[in-house]
Write a protein that binds this ligand. Structure first.
Ligand SMILES: *[C@@H]1O[C@H](CO)[C@@H](O)[C@H](O)[C@H]1NC(C)=O
Ligand SMILES: *[C@@H]1O[C@H](CO)[C@@H](O)[C@H](O)[C@H]1NC(C)=O
Length: 218
C-alpha cells in the first residue's frame, strides 16, 4: 500500500501551481529584470536589460514629489513610477506614484485594471473612497500617517478637503497597473455624442459640453 494517496498528489501539484502563479516576478530565475525600453513591451512586461550594463541608478529615482504630470484645472500633480517611467521595477510586481493636490485638488474617479493599490497620506487632509461592484461607497477622510486601500479594478477617487496642500503616496501590486479615468474615457473619445448620451443617460448638450472639456470629438 502506497503512503502517498492520490489526493495528496493532487494537493502537491496544486501547491506547486499556486507557488508558480503567485510569483509574478522574474526573481525565480534572476535577481531582477531592469526593463529594456528600446524593445516592445509584452504581456509579461519589458525584456531585461543585460545585467552587465545595469547600475545602481536603475534602482534609484530622485524625488518622487518632483511631478511629471500636471493638471492645473483640478489642482493635481502626479509622479508616475510604473515600469515605463522606472524600468528597475519591471517584472517585480510593484510600482508607485505620488499625488500632490493644491486646495480643492481632485483625483477624478478612475480604476487600475491590473493592480491593487494602497495609499499613505503624507500631508494634508484628503477625502478618499472607492465604489464596489454592488455600488456601495467606502470612504474615509485621511491625514498624515493614515492608510487606505483601493481594491483592483474598482472606481476610486481622492479630494483635497483641507485648507493647504495635500501629499499622498500610492503603492501598487503590479509594475504596470494601468489607469482608466472615467471622465476622460467617456468624454475624451470620438464616439458620436448621441451614443455617449445613450450609454450614460446624459442629455446630448451635457455630453457635448463634457466632450469639449475633455478633448473628445464628434
Ligand atoms: C489650486 O491651488 C492653489 C495653491 O496651490 C490655490 O491658490 C488655488 O486656489 C487652487 N485652485 C482651485 C481651483 O482650487
Ligand atoms: C440615442 O440618442 C439619440 C439622441 O439623443 C436618440 O435620438 C436615440 O433615440 C437614442 N437611441 C436609443 C437606442 O436610445
Amino acid at each position: 500500500m502506497s503512503l502517498i494517496k492520490p489526493n495528496m498528489i493532487i494537493l502537491f501539484f496544486f501547491i506547486i501551481f499556486l507557488l508558480n502563479s503567485s510569483s509574478s516576478s522574474n526573481a525565480a530565475v534572476q535577481d531582477f529584470c531592469v526593463g529594456d525600453l528600446t524593445a516592445p513591451e509584452g504581456p509579461a512586461g519589458y525584456s531585461c536589460k543585460k545585467a552587465s550594463v545595469v547600475t545602481s541608478n536603475d534602482f534609484f529615482y530622485k524625488d518622487i514629489f518632483k511631478s511629471n504630470q500636471n493638471f492645473p484645472p483640478i489642482n493635481l500633480s502626479l509622479t508616475y513610477l510604473f515600469s515605463q517611467q522606472f524600468p528597475g521595477l519591471n517584472g517585480l510586481g510593484i510600482s508607485l506614484l505620488s499625488i500632490q493636490m493644491g486646495p480643492g485638488g481632485i483625483v477624478p474617479a478612475h480604476t487600475h485594471p491590473r493592480a491593487n493599490e494602497v495609499i499613505v497620506c503624507i500631508e494634508g487632509t484628503v477625502y478618499v473612497g472607492f465604489i464596489s461592484t454592488d455600488n456601495k461607497a467606502y470612504t474615509k477622510t485621511i491625514q498624515a500617517g493614515d492608510v487606505f486601500i483601493f481594491p483592483q479594478g474598482l472606481l476610486h477617487f481622492q479630494l483635497n478637503v483641507g485648507k493647504g496642500q495635500a501629499k499622498v503616496l500610492a503603492f501598487f501590486g503590479g509594475s504596470s497597473p494601468g489607469i482608466q479615468t472615467l471622465a476622460f474615457s467617456l468624454f475624451g473619445n470620438d464616439l458620436p455624442s448621441d451614443v455617449v448620451g445613450n450609454v450614460t443617460f446624459l442629455d446630448n448638450n451635457v455630453v457635448k459640453k463634457l466632450k469639449a472639456r475633455f478633448g473628445g470629438t464628434n
